[in-house]
Design a protein around this ligand. Structure first.
Ligand code: NAP
Length: 248
């Protein structure tokens, strides 16, 4: 049990990669606050799956792009479990289109949900983590799109690259408190988010990936569990690609 006695908030922990992260952290002993925005059924299913493993979890609704709702989510976690040791900023979205056709709202939504949410949630948990004097882990789910840039994703690539800069600055600010801040940059993983990709795109992805396939949500989750554990106590400001080599 790598994470016995730890409490984790997973934003967007109800579906896709977030659900796999919630379940893997729980399997390793952590209590989980499963955040969702609109799909309560998915969040309740994830909580039930965690309970079936014999672990504790609650579902908490909050739009993490909204500062006040993010603060309320942090408070709900502390009220439920008394502390937050691990924050996984996973909630994310895409609104893909070429710059020439991108609307201001498509830029703003992606920046708010993917990047501002990480600021909002870090503000919600950093002070309680510092007060607890027990260190902490902040793990931001970036993307290979933030490392290499992808056409049709100028908003998404910018938000995910922004997360990496944000994490490095915070790693320097919080290192003295034994709080590590790292990113994971997943490659392509089949979830609702990527279900819109057409056949040609999937073919390009598998052909461009040295391991010759898309990843599994669990493969991202295992990397999160590692970074959340004591095994990663001397790793901070890092971006770990879990991408089958596509962004090498
Ligand atoms: P997904 O299946 O679409 O799930 C998105 C999750 O985020 C859901 O739980 C959703 O909750 C939640 N969410 C969305 N907006 C939210 C908001 N404003 N406040 C709170 N929760 C919100 O996506 P995914 O593929 O698992 O992606 C998870 C993360 O990995 C994202 O940050 C994504 O950018 C990143 N990523 C994904 C891939 C990939 O290939 N899938 C690759 C690289 C990076 P509701 O259902 O309640 O709205």
């Amino acid at each position: 049990m790598l994470l016995e006695g730890k409490v984790a908030i997973v934003t967007g922990g109800s579906r896709g990669i977030g659900r796999a992260i919630s379940e893997d952290l729980a399997k390793n002993g952590a209590k989980i606050v499963v955040n969702y925005n609109s799909n309560a059924d998915a969040a309740n299913e994830t909580v039930a799956a965690i309970n079936a493993l014999g672990s504790e979890a609650i579902a908490v609704q909050a739009d993490v792009s909204d500062f006040d709702q993010a603060q309320a989510l942090g408070k709900a976690a502390i009220e439920a479990y008394g502390q937050v040791d691990i924050l996984v900023n996973n909630a994310g979205t895409t609104k893909d289109t070429l710059l020439m056709t991108m609307k201001e709202a498509q830029w703003d939504d992606v920046m708010d949900i993917n990047l501002k949410s990480a600021f909002n949630m870090t503000k919600a948990v950093a002070r309680p983590m510092i007060r607890k004097k027990n260190g902490g882990r902040i793990i931001n789910i970036s993307s290979v799109s933030g490392l290499i840039g992808l056409p049709g994703q100028s908003n998404y690539s910018a938000s995910k690259a922004g997360m990496i800069g944000f994490s490095k600055a915070l790693a320097k600010e919080l290192g003295g408190r034994a709080i590590t801040v790292n990113c994971i940059a997943p490659g392509f993983i089949p979830t609702d988010l990527t279900s819109v990709l057409d056949e040609d795109r999937v073919k390009w992805i598998t052909e461009s990936t040295p391991l010759g396939r898309m990843g599994k949500p669990e493969e991202i989750a295992h990397a999160v569990t590692f970074l959340a554990s004591d095994h990663a106590a001397f790793i901070t400001g890092e971006t770990l690609r879990v991408d089958g080599g596509i962004a090498m």
